[in-house]
Design a protein around this ligand. Sequence first.
Ligand code: G3I
Length: 349
Amino acid sequence: MLFHKSIFFALYSCLLFFSCRKATVSPCNEDTSLYSSADFFIGTAINVDELVFNPRYREIAVKQFNSITAENIFKSAYLHPKPSRFFWADADSLVAFCTTTQKRLHGHTLIWHQQLPEWINTFHGNKSEWEQLFKTHIQTIVSHFKGKVAAWDVVNEAFNEDGTLRNSIWRQHLGDGYIEKAFIYAQEADSLALLFYNDYNLESNPTKRHSVLSLLNAMRARGVKVDGVGLQMHISIMYPDVQAIVEAMDEVVRADFVMHLSEIDISVNPFGKSIELTPDLMKRQADLLGSLVLAYKKVPKRLKYGMTFWGISDQNSWIRTTFNRIDYPLLYDDGYLPKPCFCTLKNTL
Ligand code: G3I
């Protein structure tokens, strides 16, 4: 009797052991990386403080992604704090990180109306002094990172929702041609880096998207090097629907621009209600991400620059701080555990 009991126990332990082992190799575990599951780059925006001080954050960044965009430290306010002073230390440390860990580095961003240093916001110069400032700013930065940054968001968010040009400080002082000039100056400083125009709502707003594509086409027809378009993809489970996103991608492909899904996050609470993160919300988020991936996989390989998520954990998302609302837009939860959208992403890639 004792013998039977011990055999039963041994068999039961074996079963338990193998079922547990099976659980740890489920298709959604983190043992293999996201990027090794894809035939295009999988990126994340990086907060350098987290990278230095949070070991779990760093572990995920290294393990799961093979493309890195600085969330903030490559912006003008950080890199060019005074008229004749550039601050390279933080950005260079990210370059070193990318070199050591063999990540592609994406430069975000050269010309934007936000996160400008105070001295540019208050600069009093004539047109030629503005031109000089603009050219020096672009070319000093691009030259510094030549050969280290694979691609630049040369101009970011230059259009309004109605398809007109945003009356940014750059347009006010340099005129409508500033976008084209920015691409020319960037190309002069690094002829090998890919050059992107990056904007939000291009996936949902055809009017804005048509204006952007028509300007980029016209620039290209004039011989200016413009390689690609960044569709930021700050989307939500409510809007836009997948069909609208597919149409946007089709248009970019037809226009023959390299496509970067450059700042992906999927809000589950766009109206800022008092919510809990239910399984249903997580499933809707995961399903939308799955559809996004399936659509992106259909883009011809030569036009796929990659998919970049705008952060790692919900805890780090700009949405919470900027809009002061509860939201859970990213792949990892507040405890840095993968969410259902991570699993769907991994299984769909
Ligand atoms: O660096 C200061 C710090 O010294 C200060 O103590 C702290 C107090 O609030 O603020 C810090 O600066 C913040 C910075 O992020 C770094 O954390 C700014 O206030 C804050 O406005 C800034 O937000 C960034 C935002 O761009 C600026 O518009 C977000 O992190 C960043 O995710 C967001 O990214 C943009 C993309 O570049 C372009 N597309 C839209 C996207 C989301 O807005």
